[in-house]
Design a protein around this ligand. Structure first.
Ligand code: MN
Length: 422
């Protein structure tokens, strides 16, 4: 599919992450101070809440965008999602008849205050990258036991905290927790010294499923509204002490940062790729009916205080062993309903080479091989005031599809987390 040209000139360049082909969904603060739904186009945001209020976008059955969050539209299903894209394309394409009516609802994207694009009702995080699982398993349990016996049969996950999902740009405070080194007799309570990132993609559930009714992989794919970049901040020292036998808990509870824009599944359609060859056949309820992953180039940048950014890693979403649709299908097998606004983290996306690793834990091999940054400093894990930025882009024919940066800065741990002063 070629670039679809818009009368918003900045949307027509090969480097713009928000061409008319994209139309990603966000929430921004409008000039009147109200939060509203917006769609990025070129270097602008089109105020789609205002377009709906003005009757320029219409949905059968009434308004869906009169609330600062996309959940109601997400719940309305694929026909409404397509209708939104068709109506926006007609309003924004080159030569559009109603250009002047739309033009007054554009605002400048640079400097706009962006918010969580949807209400995250639940958050599940998976462990579905084979390179990552092998690397971490080797470090935590040894090469012999690196991949757990279930790993090639089900996408392993844990239930995370929706309450600490934050939008890009939100500062992240280094957490305190229980730490116990391999030579310590007892644990101590202290700030995490091994605070880390996880480069992931999040799938956003649009259509809900029914209680007691598992969904097929194809049905699961149809339920997904879109995708975000996701940084699953992880305290590795807390994790190493707490994770057996029930999985991560406080090590993953500090924050999860997502990109400000949800890229709708339709914008990624031409970038579909198959999951890698199965090492052992999957049981039929998890087998894929077609290509359900996406070719999305990813990178991680780290910017120390008062220094230039170093790119730590480059990889691709197509490296995942399980697709989001398989994860979502698996999520429903025991009867739990999935809801509009459910967020599913892919698991860390590492590739086969060292420079493709999606966490500092892997890049520094548990701290044994610190990385050297552009300014000569080294890193095994995050330092205070480091800024981490995830970027993702699908490269089309003369255009790209972007998500907006997914960024966060590390604030120093509180001197006393139980202090009630201030
Ligand atoms: Mn994770």
């Amino acid at each position: 599919m070629p670039l679809v040209r818009s009368w918003v000139d900045s949307a027509n360049t090969a480097e713009c992450p928000f061409p008319l082909n994209n139309l990603p969904c966000g929430v921004f603060t409008a000039s009147d101070g109200e939060k509203r739904c917006g769609v990025a186009i070129g270097d602008r945001i089109v105020d789609v809440s205002a377009l709906e209020a003005a009757g320029l976008i219409v949905f059968h059955g009434g308004p869906l965008l009169d609330h600062p969050g996309w959940n109601r539209l997400m719940a309305a299903g694929p026909e409404v999602w397509s209708s939104l894209r068709a109506q926006l394309t007609e309003l924004l394409e080159e030569g559009a008849a109603r250009r002047s009516a739309v033009e007054r609802h554009l605002v400048t994207l640079a400097g706009a205050q962006l918010h969580l694009p949807f209400q995250v009702v639940e958050y599940t995080d998976f462990y579905a990258g084979r390179h990552h699982a092998l690397n971490v398993g080797t470090m935590f349990r040894g090469a012999e036991n690196a991949l757990p016996p279930n790993w090639l049969h089900i996408p392993i996950g844990y239930n995370g905290r929706a309450s600490s999902v934050v939008v890009s740009g939100t500062d992240v405070r280094r957490p305190w927790g229980q730490l116990k080194g391999p030579d310590d007799v007892v644990p101590r309570f202290a700030p995490s010294q091994r605070f880390d990132i996880e480069l992931e993609i999040g799938a956003v559930v649009g259509l809900p499923s029914k209680s007691g009714q598992p969904v097929t992989v194809a049905e699961a794919d149809a339920m997904i509204f879109g995708y975000v970049l996701l940084n699953d901040w992880s305290a590795r020292d807390i994790q190493a002490w707490e994770y057996q036998p029930l999985g991560p808990f406080q090590s993953k509870a500090t924050a999860t940062t997502i990109s400000p824009w949800i890229v709708m599944k339709a914008a990624l359609e031409t970038f579909r790729v198959s999951t890698p060859a199965r090492e052992v056949p999957l049981l039929p309820h998890l087998a894929e009916p077609g290509p359900l992953l996406y070719d999305i180039a990813l990178e991680v940048g780290l910017t120390p205080e008062d220094a230039a950014e170093t790119i730590l890693s480059r990889t691709n979403y197509r490296e995942m062993y399980y697709s989001a649709a398989q994860q979502l299908a698996h999520h429903t097998t025991a009867g739990s309903p999935m809801n509009t606004g459910d967020l599913l983290g892919s698991g860390t996306i590492s590739g086969p080479l060292k420079e493709n690793r999606g966490s500092l834990l892997e890049l520094s091999w548990g701290g044994k091989e610190p990385l050297t940054l552009e300014n000569g400093e080294t890193r095994s894990f995050l330092h205070d005031n480091d800024i981490v930025t995830l970027r993702g882009v699908a490269k089309g024919d003369g255009y790209i599809i972007g998500f907006g940066d997914c960024t966060g800065r590390i604030l120093p741990a509180l001197a006393d987390p139980y202090s009630r002063q201030g």
